[in-house]
Design a protein around this ligand. Structure first.
Ligand SMILES: C[S@@+](CC[C@H](N)C(=O)[O-])C[C@H]1O[C@@H](n2cnc3c(N)ncnc32)[C@H](O)[C@@H]1O
Length: 213
């Protein structure tokens, strides 16, 4: 899997396909994580979520993990341009979470935006379990992703969009997943409870806040 090739085009493609909807989903619950101090972001991409996170919580300690060197460098450049020499507590780590998951720490906040959908079901349960091991007992997990509405025109629209996107990302980034897998079951298994959810774009996009009790 490599998002290096698509990284420079990622933002433009997203804007053409979805306007600002994905970014709205990413930041939907930023106001509700004020108690978090240590954050682990998995598959951050080009840094747009990270940027808003640091704008809201400049003191936050963040480990930002991505397998793609180009995505990480876009994120780093974005943060450097936005925060111009300001002291921040961010580490950029190039890691493949299917092989080498663990920044050694325990985190208050785990963020997986539009990344769990890259993995087939067999890999996803292990990834969620590994990430959950890095989460503190009272951690929060923010997750934005696509979803498949159950009925009506929204069902059809999402079916078509998802089929096109999976073909595209299998081709350009080599993702292994062939279809969307809902990670909710795995999160529940790890003791997380869905606390908040917003849906966007005819229920095709979701933003969720999970809490561990
Ligand atoms: C679809 S993009 C999503 C980027 C961003 N989080 C967003 O909200 O748009 C998936 C991101 O996950 C990263 N990624 C994919 N597989 C990965 C893996 N096995 N380990 C670490 N990062 C991975 C990619 O490099 C890419 O930056």
């Amino acid at each position: 899997v490599s998002f290096d090739g698509v990284a420079p085009w990622y933002r433009l493609l997203e804007a053409l396909a979805f306007g600002g909807a994905l970014q709205r989903a990413r930041v939907a619950f930023l106001g509700e994580i004020a108690r978090s101090r240590r954050t682990l972001i998995i598959g951050e991409g080009d840094g747009r979520f990270l940027c808003e996170l640091l704008r809201a919580y400049p003191e936050m300690e963040v480990d930002c993990v991505d397998a793609s060197e180009r995505m990480l460098s876009l994120a780093q450049r974005r943060i450097a341009a936005e925060f111009r020499g300001r002291a921040l507590n961010v580490r950029f780590l190039q890691r493949d979470i299917t092989l080498d998951i663990a920044p050694e720490d325990q985190y208050d906040l785990i963020v997986t935006h539009f990344v769990l959908d890259c993995f087939p079901e067999a890999a996803l349960s292990g990834i969620v379990a590994n990430l959950a091991r890095s989460a503190k007992p009272d951690a929060v997990w923010l997750l934005a992703d696509f979803c498949q509405p159950m009925s009506g025109f929204a069902w059809l629209k999402a079916r078509i969009w998802l089929a096109v996107m999976y073909q595209f990302f299998r081709h350009v980034a080599g993702i292994k997943a062939r279809k969307l897998v809902d990670p909710s079951l795995f999160l529940r298994f790890e003791g997380f409870v869905l606390a908040r959810e917003n849906l966007f774009r005819h229920r095709m996009l979701k933003s969720q806040l999970w809490r561990r009790n």
